[in-house]
Design a protein around this ligand. Structure first.
Ligand code: PLP
Length: 378
């Protein structure tokens, strides 16, 4: 199997699994309990909080553990609305992950007004349009840092500064960006930031919301006083420990691995270009994640190609995992002006530090074979 679908999820790093195992066994304490097993669990959660904070240049007490990116995003947006009575306007973009998109559509039904920023054919937003979208009644700006389908990076630092200057809460969905590119929240005035462990070789079902110190954000889930009253529910201790270990490993890999992953991706794209002159690549070539590649092979249905590749042991994706299987063309590609047919011919390959040059060669050979079997010439 050659796994090139790392934006959907990543394999757990063996060191992460090792760190988690004691908390699925002998270290079963509840972090809220004052006795020894409880204290051990509390210590482990606090250590992980520090590890996740270090990945972001944040303070440990600014990290709230959640069940994943989706919960963090819901907490950020609903929390900002609840904290600011009278402000019912949201600014987001037309290329958000469904976690934000579907929530904002629901909030529109609940009476909020949403401005959906457009993007150009490379997936970049227009900063003038953004600037004029900011209003006195804007409760929150929520935009994705790195798009999950194309890897395109939004100019988050600039966008956050503009919102901060207008005293508007700024949230970024950094689920795909964190661990793949450096993020330093001591320099960037982002107020809220969502993360997910399973995109950085950590476990599924655990994530975090960075809440800038001083920002009062009501909890989404009410109940016990866990996470300093910011997220109720007994902590997922093993998941949180795994997330901490994954964040630490991701931070140390940022230096050496980023260029190696980018080279794997670039070699792959060059191979695709050589084999298929008709291939059309999507997303800003110079402003995107080092690991993501999204392209169309016009004339082929991406779902057929994905199935043919799967039979050869190659894992990739059609649009985002959350929408694959649906007959609709990707809303991200459509927002970038890609036609319906081309969008439905588009595949995403996403790499990680666990991939090798041999896997790139194997994937290219399989792509060649699959496309030819389906009747597409180079
Ligand atoms: N945001 C982005 C950009 C994502 O890629 C994903 C997952 O695919 C999410 C949010 C949701 O994260 P989770 O799966 O942890 O709920």
């Amino acid at each position: 199997m050659i796994y090139l679908d790392n934006n959907a999820t990543t394999p757990i790093d063996p060191l992460v699994r090792e760190a988690m195992l004691p908390f699925l066994g002998e270290n079963f304490g509840n972090p809220s309990s004052p006795h020894a097993p409880g204290r051990a669990a509390r210590e482990a959660v606090d250590k992980a909080r520090g590890q996740v904070a270090a990945l972001l240049g944040a303070r440990a007490d600014e990290i709230v553990f959640t069940s994943g990116g989706t919960e963090s995003i819901n907490t950020a947006i609903r929390g900002a609305l609840a904290a600011q009575h009278g402000k019912r306007h949201i600014v987001t973009s037309s290329i958000e992950h469904s976690a934000t998109k579907n929530l904002c559509e629901q909030l529109e039904r609940e009476g909020c007004e949403v401005t959906w920023l457009r993007v150009d054919t490379c997936g970049n937003p227009d900063l003038e349009e953004y600037r004029s979208a900011l209003r006195d009644d804007t409760a929150i700006v929520s935009v994705v840092w790195a798009n999950n389908e194309t890897g395109v990076l939004f100019p988050i630092e600039e966008m956050a500064r503009l919102a901060d200057g207008r005293r508007i809460v700024f949230h970024s969905d950094a689920v795909q960006a964190a661990g793949k590119i450096p993020i330093d929240l001591s320099r960037v005035p982002v107020h809220l930031l969502s993360l997910s462990a399973h995109k950085m070789h950590g476990p599924k079902g655990v994530g975090a919301l960075f809440v800038r110190s001083g920002l009062g954000l009501p909890p989404l889930l009410r109940g016990g006083n866990q996470e300093n009253g910011r997220r109720a529910g007994t902590e997922n201790v093993s998941g949180i420990v795994g997330f901490g270990a994954a964040a630490e490993l991701a931070k140390s890999a940022l230096v050496g691995e980023t260029s190696r992953i980018a080279k794997l991706r670039d070699d792959f794209e060059n191979g695709v270009r050589r084999r298929f002159s008709q291939a059309r690549f999507h997303g800003s070539p110079d402003r995107r994640l080092p690991n993501s590649s999204n392209f169309a092979l016009p004339g082929l249905a991406a779902t057929d190609l994905l199935a043919a590749l799967d039979r050869l042991g190659i894992c990739c994706s059609v649009g985002s995992a959350c929408v694959s299987g649906s007959p609709h063309a990707s809303h991200v590609l459509r927002a970038m002006g890609v036609g319906d047919d081309e969008a439905k011919s588009s595949l995403r390959f996403s790499f990680s530090r666990m991939n090798t040059p041999d896997e790139v060669k194997g994937a290219l050979a399989a792509l060649d074979e699959s496309a030819r079997r389906l009747g597409l010439g180079g």
